[in-house]
Design a protein around this ligand. Sequence first.
Ligand SMILES: [Zn+2]
Ligand SMILES: [Zn+2]
Length: 416
Amino acid sequence: MDLQRPRGTQDILPAETPIWHRVEGAAHRVAQSYGYREIRTPVFEHAEVFRHGVGDATDIVEKEMYEFEDRGGRTLVLRPESTAAVARALQQASLLSEPPVRVYYIQSHFRYERPQSGRLRQHTQFGVEAWGVPGPLADAEVIALAGSFLSELGLTGLVVRLNSLGCDVCRPRYREALVTFLQSHRDELCGDCQRRIERNPLRVLDCKVPSCQAVVRQGPKPLEYLCADCQQHLIGVETALSALGITFARDGSLVRGLDYYSRTVFEIGYEKLGAQSTVCGGGRYDGLLQSLGGKPQPAVGFGLGLERLLLTLEAEGLLPPAEATIDAFVAYLGPELGPEAMRIANLLRSAGHRIEMEALGRSLKAQLRRAQKLSATYTVILGPQEFARGVAVLRNMETSAQAEVPIQDLPRLIEH
Ligand SMILES: [Zn+2]
Ligand SMILES: [Zn+2]
């Protein structure tokens, strides 16, 4: 057998899951401390959710979706992002009739991208969304939440880059100026961007091709075209961030790769990592629900890729040291004691201890080696003579000190 996992996926092995538990635990804790509640959506959705929600002319929808026909002839896709799916779910459950709705998710996303460090075809994102809140405090709230999460994991020196993409009133004017500008520089743009000029000019701002970036740098910026309301909104976000003591900077060339953003877009960067420093991105998407056929509904949120975050934590030495996986190993001598060993192991589990017991009936020496390997804090040794007297040997694996103790005292004597 020579089976390999698919390209762009990863196995998270038992030695690695404690790190995931820690990061996901922090996400749950911090999101809930801001009043956000978890939502989970299906792994696959009707393709329209993302075609309409994310936008037909985006890379995600054009090139990266895992799209398939099921046996009933429906066109389904593996969820490439969660915001459009969450919008679909909230709309379907009629939850948006009573705003605000604050939700968060920790979900897998699937994109057919070229695999690279920290960017997988199946990746995990922690995201939060505040629905039904039009004012700038909501934008500041999700940014603050992301900041709290990252600093809880030990990341400091975070910088928020902030931009506004305008609204339905002012964006058309900007778009027009941008199209005129790009048309006059058509020859300098890559093939993709030449096609984007008419279809989706904002995406040119996001192109990674250096010659395109050089063109964009000289072009018009959304900030120069903001209407009074959008300007006020941006200032409102900045005022709130200042009050919270969050470091931020305006970045007029910041755009996000999805169609649905309006007004605020932001990224949180980790200075020390340089150009690849973005660990979190988000913004406002007031028009998303409408593009899915619902009523207009303001919303703002962020998404944060956890695989990439783990690489950052690892690079910074912020991953926790391996801790003891079990509190006690139950060893026993002679097959007839097996059922009693099982009963005692369960007694200890009921008292809240993490217990593994000998499974192969090996020699005491081999059993102690196993306990050592598991980093057990204690080993309980059951022998026939001791058992007949109602006692067991309790061995402290760190000090090797051991003593006979009454079996009924074991739950109390074993400490985490
Ligand atoms: Zn505007
Ligand atoms: Zn380009």
